[in-house]
Design a protein around this ligand. Sequence first.
Ligand SMILES: Cc1cc2nc3c(=O)[nH]c(=O)nc-3n(C[C@H](O)[C@H](O)[C@H](O)COP(=O)(O)OP(=O)(O)OC[C@H]3O[C@@H](n4cnc5c(N)ncnc54)[C@H](O)[C@@H]3O)c2cc1C
Length: 499
Amino acid sequence: MHQFGVVLLFAWALCAASCKSSPANCESSNELLQDLRTSLSSAAAVYLPGSGEFEVATTRWSKLDAPTPNVVVVPATEDDVAHTVHQANKCGLPILAFNGVHGAMTTLGRMDRGVAIQLGQLSNVTISRDGETATIGGGVLSKVVTDTLLASGKQTVTGTCECVSYLGPALGGGHGWLQGHYGLVADQFVSMNIVLADGARHTIDSTSDLWWGIKGAGQNFGIVTSVTVKVYDIKDRDWAIDTLIFGGDKVEAVYEAANQHLSNLPVDVINWSYWLNMPDIDADKPVILFYIIQEGVTVVDPVYTNPFRDIGPISSEPQSGSYRDLAAWTGIALDSPPCQKAGLANPRFPIYLREYNVTAQREAYDSFASYVGGADSPFTTSIFMFEAYPQQGVRAVDSNSTAFAFRDDNLLVSPLLTYKPAGEEFDGQVELMGNQLRDIIYQGSSRKELHAYVNYAYGDEKPKNWYGYEQWRQSRLQDLKQKYDPKGKFSFFGPVDVK
Ligand SMILES: Cc1cc2nc3c(=O)[nH]c(=O)nc-3n(C[C@H](O)[C@H](O)[C@H](O)COP(=O)(O)OP(=O)(O)OC[C@H]3O[C@@H](n4cnc5c(N)ncnc54)[C@H](O)[C@@H]3O)c2cc1C
């Protein structure tokens, strides 16, 4: 549907959206329509329910508590975003950025009407003349950043998954393969254009008081239309992986060895593992899929792999290639299952750890296996994720200097329970299951604080779990929210002001 082809239908849709709670705004929704008609650039688009384009734009990776907008606006310029926010404000309509649509937090479901601002047309990546920075459009996917920089011999930290946006992970901190060298994705920010709640586009950098909040709680303050980030010369073209598969009977041995040999990872080594069903190997219980990845080599150094080969894996497979192979090797490339929108609910229940508690790992495995094991389980495609990245670059940044609060943690752990939606009662049971699995790990950590990566969060956590327990952090976020978004327009994802 072209942008302004169905003026009346658009007005009706907006009215239907806003009239539910504020009839007085119906007139202004007509105003919104008229204004967008004249003010948005010619390549912008507006999609309404019933069109194929609306369907595509609003279909998300996870169906659990997904946002339900009535209108999709696809801006073609950064100013289009500002106009849309400004005019939606006038009409009293909620707004939400739609980017890689892999955000799965249940708080997103609070958006039950309003305008989805689909950022996909803000898709440029431009490297500066001096080669020190790149400017990345607000709707660019991680893979596009990687590929564009690579073509010029450059790299930067991005999220690992090819179908997730660059900015989605970045605004919550952003973990990636290169964080050992350079820090989190957000640590690369130099300046950005952001449309704030006032509907105006602002350019901000480290001189703004908002800068601190943007790096870790950024989804709360506006829509980033472009960001300039540090980029680096590629040093190592070679990457290698060893993929080992263990039976569930090896949980203790594997995570004991991980504590011993893969804690405090060197800057060039990454270790992930998944528990998942592989029916060809074990028809009843999940196996352990264990990755050891190394940069700058064609074979992973045996000093890292031998302790695990000695445990007796069912299989071990070395591979070598380049940075661009990492996503396919670890099952998060464009054609891998997590990049498909398969109509599933996909909640995660994350927790950061310092190290593995082997007893808790066993208890969590047994519990997870009882829920998801076997082809008959409604959760048969679920996984339990264990991500260990090198931390040198992350720790090199002063912890107090950003809203991302968990620089001292080492492991990002989370069950991902995937299932066909089957009603609210079932969702409630899954919430209990997920929290029970997380609680096993939490109790095993013997920590007083539950640190949950906001970008993986389920949605029932509290701001202290996402943004740190320190009172000064909470106060600082509240103050920024009060100053920049007092009406909570950007409070659908990890809201700092949730009660
Ligand atoms: C398969 C998979 C792999 C992942 N891998 C990683 C990883 O390697 N590292 C990591 O850190 N995280 C990772 N994540 C988590 C990821 O950071 C979050 O799911 C994130 O919310 C996805 O962003 P998105 O743009 O794809 O999703 P969306 O649902 O489009 O965006 C999520 C939220 O981010 C905000 N947002 C997005 N873009 C903008 C913008 N331009 N301006 C302002 N707000 C914006 C909005 O509030 C939006 O609701 C992964 C998730 C999945 C499902």
